[in-house]
Design a protein around this ligand. Sequence first.
Ligand code: SF4
Ligand code: SF4
Length: 196
Amino acid sequence: MSIVGKLKAFGDLALNFFRKPVTVDESYGFTAENFRWLPRRNADLCTGCGACNERCSSGATSLTDADGERTVSIDGLRCIFCGRCADVCPERALELTLEPKKEGETDTGRVSLSHGSEEPRPTVDTKLKLQKCRICGEYMPVTEKYVAVVRDRTLKNLKPETAAIVEKDMEKYLTVCVNCRRKYSIEWDTHPRKFI
Ligand code: SF4
Ligand code: SF4
């Protein structure tokens, strides 16, 4: 490098001591203004359908069925805030937040950070009751709320006389698990062979 080049580089270096930083120093849990953060789920709207779980590309979402309940979760440490879950949610129950944490979001456990301290592990959990099979009483892999929403929306779009007939069938079939359907399909005359 020529003498002139060296002097210029030295001048730039000296100037940098007086320049403002161009990046923002952020601690975990604090975000810059307008930073897009975790999706927030409106538990009143969520039916536990699982569409968000199918779509998440970073493995941040999960559906867990246990003890008659479905838990729909978003793990804040895996989420990359892409918003795909919010795009596919049929109930418009998800919305990307601008704040780190809101009412209804919980901390399940704590995470160790590289510098040795611990922070809450942010998650967004919604719990919904699973539907029981009306025949055998086993829990089905679908929520009560989802079944109710399907029933109501289907009936809403039918003429009253048709709705009355369909409603009877829905009561009969909608809350029956796969095993009982197989068992009773011939007796009920709903075996798939009938439609072939
Ligand atoms: S948030 Fe939306 S997509 Fe996800 S389970 Fe609830 S209703 Fe379904
Ligand atoms: S915002 Fe993106 S990464 Fe985060 S939970 Fe939704 S789909 Fe997954």
